[in-house]
Ligand binder design. Structure first.
Ligand SMILES: [Zn+2]
Length: 86
């Protein structure tokens, strides 16, 4: 996979690297050193519509805050179980 420099590409890569752990927009902003949070928000909102990702109000796997966070759906993982708590 080629290294993409776009913010969307970086966000996708970051979410994928968490192996199913959730991450909120603030943590994405922090991890990728984005200048404003809305840059992450635009991307996660878009990704949230895809089958591959789940986006819901859930405790963030990084900072622990209960907010809208996104995670990649890992096949075979107990994704539904994780979301049963939200
Ligand atoms: Zn967070």
């Amino acid at each position: 996979m080629p290294h993409r420099k776009t913010i969307a590409g970086q966000v996708e890569q970051l979410i994928g690297s968490l192996c199913g752990a959730s991450i909120c927009d603030d943590c994405i902003t922090d991890r990728l050193n984005l200048s404003v949070r809305s840059q992450a928000n635009v991307v996660t909102r878009e990704l949230g519509h895809r089958e591959k990702y789940g986006r819901a109000k859930t405790p963030c796997g990084q900072c622990g805050a209960l907010k809208t966070a996104i995670q990649i759906k890992i096949q075979g993982a107990n994704w539904r179980k994780l979301f049963a708590f939200s």
